[in-house]
Design a protein around this ligand. Sequence first.
Ligand code: GN1
Ligand code: MG
Length: 362
Amino acid sequence: MTVQEIAKQFATKGNIDEVKTHGGGHINDSYHMINATASEPDYLLQRVNHHVFKDVPLLMNNLSIVTDHVQAKIKKDFPDDVERRCLTIIPTTDGQSFFKDPEGNYWRVLRFIEDHLVFDSTSDPAIAYEGAKTFGAFTVMLNDLPANKVGTVIPDFHNMKWRLTQLKESIRKDVAGRLKEVKKEVDYVDTRSKLMLTVHELGEKGAIPLRVTHNDTKISNVLYDTNKKGLCVIDLDTIQPGYVTSDFGDGIRTLTNTGEEDDDNLDRVTMDVELFEAFASGFLDSTRDILSDTEKDALLYGGLLFPYMQAVRFLIDYLDGDTYYKVKHPEHNLVRARAQFKLTQDGESKFEELKMIIKNLS
Ligand code: GN1
Ligand code: MG
């Protein structure tokens, strides 16, 4: 089936005259459905990667629960703006939340949010603050949705202990014969593992609660309005039970990096303290009243953990022969891993300074 034919399976309004590739996630494929009828919205058609998301019906059920819950909250403050401030699922013509094509691919359609801005990175603290405030507001809206109301989409997704076990497995198998190139990185993982298990241990002890968390809070997953005010949190696929440190940590990882996620010049990769402070300030301005003191103290560890965990994940995929992330060239996962390790190192070198920032904002 062509994407045009797939687009026709959904109960969209108006007349769709063009379906074109959209955006650049590492996992799903997205298409913008352009409406020729001016009074009707555009849509976003997405193929959900069922190799990564093994239970798409469960994922879509989570998406329905969370969008219903969040929309009900937004309706109180912004009754006329709900569809710009929260994703809306468009059902198929027979009322399902997704369409499975004859080849076994899963598709869904969301309402396209018009007139938005999106930032893959920024050096502007005001944008950092707004993005964090928007993610924090999302955390707050989900505060009264018990964690067990949503299913686990990817087991152990942000479980650092399990990621270390997975790395050991990949080292042992060395299927792509690449282990010899990454000895230095493997040693570094070992030296930092104790510190990086802090969040895991707090969770195991029950010192920080499971919440409904987003789990992919990179800054490009916030849409802004044209005045650069936070509008909507997107990419809700990884929503599942998790710790608040995930949503703080991935924001810090993507936002404070002065280089690229896959920068091959490690001198460019540092953790920007001003952006860290802006992000922490926005996040805590939203969440200050709902987080416990232990959760607030744990945020810093989340900020250091996420570059490290992402580096380990890229390293695993490099050792496994690039089976998970889309890569542009054979060394891509290694370059990514090295950049994320550099970010971890730089963040850790600023530990005391970052700790004071969180303490003062808490
Ligand atoms: C993947 O596809 P994308 O870019 O939204 C990954 C995240 C990583 C991110 C790294 C399901 O997200 O966990 O942090 O790449 N998503 C999944 O850029 O593994
Ligand atoms: Mg994502």
